[in-house]
Design a protein. Sequence first.
Lengths: 259, 301
Amino acid sequence: MKQKTSAVIISQKEIAPGIFDMLLKTDLAKEAHAGQFVGVYPHDKSTLLPRPISICEADSENASLRLVYRVAGKGTAEFSKCSAGDSLDIIGILGNGYDIRPLLEKKIVLMGGGIGIPPMLELAKELKAHGTEAVSVLGYRDSQTFLKEDFEESSKLYIASEDGSVGTKGNVMNAMEAEGLVADIICACGPMPMLRAIKKYAAEKGIPAYISLEEHMACGVGACLGCVVKTKEIDHHSHVNNARICTDGPVFLAEDVEI
Amino acid sequence: MKTEIEIAGVKWKNPVTVGSGTFGSGMEYGEFVDLSRLGAVTTKGVANIPWPGNPTPRVTEVYGGMLNAIGLQNPGIDVFCERDLKFLEDYDTRVIVNVCGKSIQDYVDVVERLSDEKRVDMLEINVSCPNVKEGAIAFGQKTEALTEITKEIKKHAKQPVIMKLSPNVTDIAEMARAAEAAGADAISLINTITGMKIDISKRTFALANKTGGMSGPAIKPVAVRMVYQAAQAVKIPIIGMGGISTAEDALEFILAGATAVAVGAANFVNPYATIEVIEGIEDYMRRNKVEDIKELIGAVK
């Protein structure tokens, strides 16, 4: 059941310039799965709306959620200044997330680009917990390879960097080719050009690609119809080929959406 | 202590509803609040056929509020009746259906389609959405157009008609009087205020539609003023809205002359806002020994 609740910050640190790693104590973690997100509310009432932030790790035993986010505006700038012991209001758990059953015992390639990297970690961990070790291909700008060690623990990791300082020079698709990687299914989160390239690649190879989309959101629960994506088929809510990213997504089969 | 109010013969258990478009048909927020506690659920605008709405980005935040340019995406009246009205059958609350259209005939089609729907208690006619090119606000900015559409809808409507007015006018009192004279049973105001935001780093508009409707706490003083002016101008009941987040906000509107109030964008900020407003009004009444909420309507001195 979705709820708005207060969560206490267990810890927070900057793990790369402008990229923050926050651990929150909340029972919502018990319902959280890979691909889902929470809305985090700024304290400053001039910034009203919840900030959608993907779940990097969910630990149901310890009731903790790990959020790794980039400072992108006023809201996230405020979060980055919070310390252990401070509280934040959050709403969740939001979004459809991954159904991992069809992913088990397949060659899964997880692709993350930039701040699209964090949500792939929980997916890698859930797959590994179910006996399927995925291949991760992560695209960074430079040598600031945040979350590298976490991905190494739960998947076989390949890296691409735009400046060539680590791994393959270029993007995740370049790394895929350079390393001769083959996938039965791709799961990806990252900037739109990357997702478009993956959609095209998956169509050429005839394989499914699941992609996580983002859009400006207001309610986060499917009521306001602010965050929509054009869909190939008629969507079930409004019947107009516009699905709600916050509730029908954020994870979509690439061939189902027009991006 | 009596919180019941009556608008055009329809009794609500309390004066709190939601702003159309901020609450869907209640399905999504039903996870957070018991819809039967609301005085009424006002559904998102519905047209005679499905509307796809505007391109994204459709929403953006501004200081103390937000802009939206959804463009009235909706599934059309057939799906609405089969799914949304059916869903609302299980709840003990009034149902106000917000109706939109591009032409007068579009509105009339929807109003006629709803005439036999038992679950519909009232109609709210959206002549004030600033985000669609045809219809909507075009009927809500000139008294002649407002008069014509109100009269036409009244000819066909079986349920009481609430005309939802736009704040994007020179004289709100004149618009309120035109709606009343044309036969409206009630008016609701304000819809959103047309605004714009520019991203200076990209030198682009924040919204694909360029302009959007502003809502949220920042617009409340404008809304309270307009509700007061409308209340001075007409005798028909007013549903007041615009930036209501708390019971204190709601009480300002009631004291200004609103018989009922709607919680809008605040639902996005606090999904429990409607219930907190209802409980806060009751608490205010207890503390101030107000026996009947009607004592507060228009009671500003």
